[in-house]
Design a binder for this molecule. Structure first.
Ligand code: GUN
Ligand code: ZN
Length: 418
């Protein structure tokens, strides 16, 4: 083996998908190594040998996995987790909007951003789809912290020009100007990107939705929003957009449904909506814990996957009650089981890692441990006596309270937390 100087080797039981070969198959290298170059790129993944570059950090028998992706999470809701004031529209008015209104105070935004990223890292999340608030400065704070910490992220200024308290409503003109400035702030960064983030149809005028769609297309940005989460929300949406036959068509008519669009929840969809999303290449953020906590319903994961829709997992904190993406994966497993449409552990592991990175637009560079990708990986304490791949997967996915994340590496480095 011929490696550049300053490469480092990490030895352990390496568990990963190899997306170039097969998305839903997991590979285990029992005595494996991940070699990472000085620039954070993975140079080699395979069996350990004496030829690997030194220093070697020996984590055996711990398991080395790709970092987890939380494809849908609200940073300004960090401090209001567990407030049982649902269903959705009541919870937004009673809990979320008052809390998000505080983020115009940049000292508060900064403090909560520190807490938020510490929670992500402690849970093994290395890649995230983040909603900020409608405040430009609070969004810039979230972007700046992501840049500092080393995480890969899509971060959105939340667009709301109606349907929220005055403290949160921002006019279309102002929001478009803020978006342009935030785009400048992230310009050229491959790791932290601006996502165009209309909160949901009810918080946006048709004009704002259309201009958001145009801005995203012009600048090749990810679109993220909520879709068909709650029956009452769906009813109110059709009343607010009287020309639209269904919820998806509200976004379609604004040019927001395409292969760079990520829709959270996607619970109450007709067959036609599923088919149109699949045809457009739209992606879905599956948020099972949030769906349960707000009593929103249960998303048909198997049906969406069978339709060919790409899916990632979202905590949806603070409607979700945990930052731990393995608990979210466990909820996804349970819900699918009750629907008599189970998902396998290998599928779940893939959704948690590569699938999530892919729906966030990082599928070519992150989400798996293969040469050429960035070295975003975790070291997890799975007991040595757990030997079979299927048992390791089970412990890793479902026993997060005992199989703890020991280390998190972002582009080959330790996170830069304050
Ligand atoms: N719909 C609109 N805003 C939100 C939010 O903050 N959380 C969830 N779960 N759904 C939403
Ligand atoms: Zn959400």
């Amino acid at each position: 083996m011929n490696f550049t100087k300053n490469a480092r080797s990490y030895r352990g039981r390496v568990l990963t998908t190899r997306p170039e070969q097969s998305v839903f198959k997991t590979h285990l290298e029992e005595d494996g190594v991940v070699v990472v170059g000085a620039d954070g790129t993975i140079l080699f993944v395979g069996p350990y040998s004496n030829n690997v570059p030194h220093p070697v950090v020996d984590f055996h028998p711990h398991v080395i996995t790709p970092g987890f992706a939380d494809v849908h999470v609200h940073y300004p809701q960090t401090r209001v987790m567990g407030r049982a004031t649902g269903p959705l529209l009541d919870w937004l008015s009673n809990t979320v909007f008052p809390e998000e209104s505080k983020f115009v105070d940049s000292a508060y935004a900064d403090k909560v951003a520190n807490e938020f990223y510490a929670h992500l890292i402690a849970s093994g999340t290395t890649c995230a789809g983040i909603y900020a608030t409608s405040s430009k400065s609070a969004t810039q704070t979230a972007i700046q912290h992501a840049l500092n910490v080393g995480i890969a992220a899509q971060v959105g200024l939340v667009l709301m020009d109606r349907g929220a308290p005055d403290a949160l409503v921002v006019s279309r003109e102002q929001a478009l100007s803020d978006l342009a400035q935030l785009l400048n702030f992230t310009a050229g960064n491959e790791r932290v990107k601006l996502a165009v983030t209309p909160r949901f149809a009810l918080s946006c005028t048709p004009e704002l939705l259309r201009e958001a769609g145009h801005f995203a297309a012009q600048n090749k940005l990810l679109v993220q929003t909520h879709l068909s989460e709650n029956v009452e929300e769906c009813r109110a949406t059709l009343a607010a957009f009287p020309g639209c036959a269904d919820y998806l068509s509200v976004y379609e008519s604004a040019g927001l449904v395409h292969d760079q669009a990520l829709f959270a929840h996607a619970i109450h969809l007709s067959d036609s909506e599923v088919e149109r999303m699949a045809r457009a290449g739209a992606k879905v953020a599956h948020c099972p814990d949030s769906n349960l906590f707000l009593g929103s319903g249960t998303m048909l994961l198997r049906a969406l996957l069978s339709a060919g829709i790409k899916v990632g997992l979202g905590s949806d904190v603070a409607a979700g009650r945990t930052f731990d993406m393995r608990r979210i994966a466990a909820s996804a497993y349970d819900v699918a089981l009750l629907q008599k449409a189970p998902v396998s552990l290998e599928e779940l592991f893939a959704l948690l890692t590569f699938g999530g990175a892919q729906v966030l637009g990082f599928g070519d560079t992150r989400g798996a441990l293969t040469a050429g990708r960035m070295g975003d990986f975790l070291v997890i304490d799975v007991p040595e006596y757990t030997r079979q791949k299927s048992d390791i997967l089970g412990q890793l996915l479902f026993a997060s309270d005992t199989c703890k994340v020991i280390r998190t590496y972002l582009s080959g480095k330790k996170p830069n937390l304050p």
